[in-house]
Design a protein around this ligand. Structure first.
Ligand SMILES: Nc1nc2c(ncn2[C@@H]2O[C@H](COP(=O)(O)OP(=O)(O)O)[C@@H](O)[C@H]2O)c(=O)[nH]1
Ligand SMILES: [Mg+2]
Length: 380
């Protein structure tokens, strides 16, 4: 039978562990038939004597273990605890759950059902499907929670996942082992967000289980929202920026930047040396730039759908010229024409720069809507 280990991180939770562990043992585990259930308490030498309490509980129930370590934050406690659960206890499935009753332990069978259905990573959600945050939270805490999550979803542009910061999760050990080394430096909510982001990035199947969160009755919260929100925002913004720049947008900028130089140099030479008019010179420059953009896009940006035969190469080149022509003629050259006519030809290069900026927006919008449409990720 497969083994599931509930990793309970604790720091000064003496009063909570002696209530939540009996509930897990007597009310939750008996309803789970297809997993061998175990508990691992990852305690950071809590001064309130949490560990002594656990040792007492271990005498009554043999499926409990204790893993002690230095206090280095929640993320570090999870990494240490999960590693122990896999190496020393032989876990196949790992649970993340707070010890303070924030997460309803009765939902555990639903998480395991999703794992059995083939999902790799199951997250508890407070923001969809009937889940909720505690009614008695102060307004400020509610705002942090709701907007924090919404901000993460929006910046990462992955709307199908509703709860990014929550810490009620079940996962196959493979997902943890794959991401473990990349998670060492994250603290607080950033640990949860980064973990989920990496799991989604690597194509693991994610499911959601709605639950009602309840505020702790005993003890104090160790998480300081204001302090964590800054780090969290920094993480999601840099992550999304990297994703864009490393991806097609980055290539679009490099290819387009080279095309811009081809266009600008041709324009200047034709106007300054050959004495052509700025509009005709720009059309010539743009025609060369489109040729350069097409070839670099073909062998680099879109190399997975590269044209292989000479006839498809020519056909796609023609297509590319036609789609680019609208922007070049009406937006870029049109801007030069309007500038020349109203303000005079001497500033033609400034009109060119402005027109090219408008062209960039046009092209990127068109590419995004037509060519680079993102695939939606699937969440149950
Ligand atoms: N081992 C360990 N557990 C922690 C640490 N910080 C928080 N926890 C535990 O993580 C869970 C959630 O923490 P809590 O302070 O309730 O955060 P909140 O629910 O976001 O306010 C509780 O079980 C805490 O005891 C830590 O630094 N080390
Ligand atoms: Mg809590």
């Amino acid at each position: 039978m497969k083994k599931a280990v509930i990793v309970l991180p604790t720091y000064n939770e003496k009063g909570n562990v002696d209530k939540i562990i009996p509930i897990l043992e007597e009310e939750v585990f008996p309803s789970i038939k297809n997993y061998e259930m175990h508990i691992l308490v990852a305690d950071d030498n809590s001064p309130d004597g949490t560990a002594e309490e656990i040792k007492t509980l271990m005498k009554k129930w043999k499926n409990i273990e204790l893993n002690l370590g230095e206090k280095r934050g929640l993320g570090a406690a999870y990494i240490r605890g999960m590693t122990y659960a896999i190496d020393k206890m032989g876990a196949d499935v790992l649970f993340e759950m707070d010890a303070d009753f924030f997460h309803d332990p009765k939902k555990m069978p639903e998480f395991l059902n999703k794992i059995d259905q083939g999902y790799d990573y199951v997250i508890g959600t407070r923001y969809s499907g009937g889940g909720s945050i505690p009614k008695n939270w102060k307004l400020q805490r509610k705002i942090y929670s709701i907007f924090g999550n919404l901000l993460v979803r929006t910046i990462l542009t992955r709307f199908s996942i509703h709860d990014w910061t929550g810490g009620y999760r079940a996962m196959k050990k493979e997902a943890f082992l794959k991401e473990k080394n990349e998670l060492i430096d994250f603290k607080g909510y950033t640990f949860q967000v980064a973990f989920l982001y990496k799991v989604v990035r690597d194509g693991y199947k994610v499911a959601e289980v709605p639950f009602h969160a309840t505020d702790r009755v005993l003890g104090r919260s160790k998480i300081a929202p204001a302090e964590y929100i800054f780090n969290l925002l920094k993480y999601v913004i840099t992550t999304r920026a990297k994703e864009l720049l490393m991806g097609k947008f980055g290539k679009f900028l490099v290819v387009g930047g080279f095309g811009f130089i081809v266009n600008a140099v041709t324009l200047r030479i034709l106007v300054e040396s050959a004495r052509w008019n700025p509009e005709l010179s720009n059309l010539m420059g743009a025609a060369l730039a489109i040729f350069s953009n097409y070839n670099f896009n073909n062998i680099w940006t879109f190399k997975e759908s590269k044209s292989n035969t000479f006839s498809t190469y020519l056909f796609k080149l023609l297509q590319f010229y036609l789609t680019s022509a609208f922007g070049v003629i009406f937006i870029q050259t049109g801007t030069i024409f309007v500038g020349d006519s109203i303000l005079g030809k001497q500033f033609y290069f400034i009109y060119f720069l402005f027109g090219t900026f408008l062209l960039l927006i046009w092209n990127f919008t068109m590419y995004n809507r037509v060519i680079w449409r993102k695939k939606a990720i699937h969440v149950a």
